[in-house]
Design a protein around this ligand. Structure first.
Ligand code: NAD
Ligand code: IPM
Ligand code: MN
Length: 354
């Protein structure tokens, strides 16, 4: 059989807890479907930074390059500033491997109650296509006049024609296989250089795909519509920062950010792609067994699909959905009382019975 090599980086906090869940599920699927899965685990984390001064070793990216996929829990912990931990691991991986698409599907599930009134009658099924390599996430800029009354911070955003074109193309292609509607998140009224450029390039690309309808929305109004009419969206294309914010918002609208998955994709296939839940290390609930593993397990589904294991991926998705339908096998964030381990055990039982 073919071998599927996975680099697992549990990271910090609940990242470690949901990674344990993913490991168990992957082992079960591998035993059942003979997937040739080989998992190597890396302790790259804030703890490693505190011990050694770096989140990952100097040849970390070269190490990861040998894998078919990277699976990550979450990074971030007390004692390490968040911008240090993220720019020391997560963001370098996304960039070094040209994972320029951050795909974040959002949907409602039977059994998971939306905080919105009446949402159960309005099934949500949308995908956020977040630009993942440039934009507002940038190291260009600086802090000037530290401590003085004129102290100033300048944070540049970097948008390129190539970067905007390829994310727009990905979103348009995705939409052409769905409801053929792309909503582009803009802010061309407030940002005078980057967003007018974004709009122009997205329009140019959309003109080449007349079968897909392009809708432009200012991101503030879009945020409101995501709350008021989430069922009306198909594909949302957004810059790095806007996509980040909208994806937590949209996930919360379906019930919890604990169920939201993501795929950091290099669509050319030249580099490994990375899969991770949308949520972070959640220090407020870490170590208590409260973490919802669904965001991670759904990310495993996306990873298996990416690794040409569509059938086991579909079975895992069915098991996740069945576990969410049963109040006894839901975590607290989605209205249950089950622990991370109990949800994982339920998913394993469902897979075994399948
Ligand atoms: P967070 O996503 O960790 O937590 C936000 C809230 O959602 C918390 O109340 C948390 O308890 C809850 N939550 C998150 N995931 C959950 C789950 N699976 N089950 C149940 N509840 C869940 O966001 P934050 O508090 O802004 O960030 C905490 C740390 O994580 C920071 O260091 C941040 O930089 C980092 N972070 C890392 C990633 C990543 O590695 N991909 C993503 C986001 C945040
Ligand atoms: C995410 C996270 C990261 C991001 C942070 C931790 C840098 O919020 O993956 O959504 O903003 O990309
Ligand atoms: Mn985020």
């Amino acid at each position: 059989t073919k071998t599927r090599r996975i680099a697992l980086i549990p990271g910090d906090g609940i990242g470690v807890e949901v990674a344990t869940s993913a490991r168990a599920v992957l082992a079960a699927l591998d035993a059942r479907h003979d997937l040739g899965i080989r998992i190597d685990e890396f302790d790259w984390s804030c703890q490693r930074y505190l011990d050694t001064g770096a989140l990952m070793p100097p040849d970390g990216l070269e190490t990861l390059r040998q894998y078919d996929a990277v699976l990550l829990g979450a990074v971030g912990w007390a004692g390490v500033p968040d911008h240090v931990s993220l720019w020391g691991l997560l963001i370098p991986i996304r960039r070094a491997f040209s994972q320029y698409v951050n795909l974040r599907p959002v949907r409602s599930f039977a059994g998971v109650t939306s905080p919105l009134a009446d949402a159960d009658n309005r099934p949500i099924d949308l995908v956020i296509v977040r630009e993942n390599n440039e934009g507002e996430y940038s190291e260009v800029g600086g802090r000037f006049g530290r401590g003085g009354p004129g102290e100033t911070a300048i944070q540049e955003a970097v948008f390129t024609r190539r970067g905007i074109s390829r994310i727009a193309d990905y979103a348009l292609e995705l939409a052409s296989g769905r409801d053929r509607r792309v909503t582009s998140a803009t802010k061309s009224n407030g940002l005078v250089h980057s967003m007018p450029f974004w709009d122009e390039v997205v329009r140019e690309r959309a003109d080449l795909r007349p079968e897909v309808e392009l809708v432009e929305e200012h991101v503030d109004a879009l945020a409101a519509k995501l709350v008021l009419r989430p069922e009306s969206f198909d594909v949302i294309v957004a810059s790095n920062l806007f996509g980040d914010i909208l994806s937590d918002l949209a996930a919360a609208v379906t019930g919890s950010i604990g169920i939201a998955p993501s795929a950091n994709l290099d669509p050319t296939g030249e580099n490994p792609s990375m899969f991770e839940p949308v949520h972070g290390s959640a220090p407020d609930i870490a170590g208590k067994g409260l973490a919802n593993p669904v965001g991670m397990l759904w990310s495993v589904v996306l990873m298996l699909e990416h690794l040409d294991a569509g059938e086991p991926a579909a079975r895992l998705m069915d098991a996740i959905e069945a576990s969410l339908r049963d109040p006894a096998t839901r975590t607290a964030d989605v209205g249950g009382t089950a622990s991370t381990e109990q949800v994982t055990a339920a998913v394993l039982d469902l897979l075994a019975a399948d």
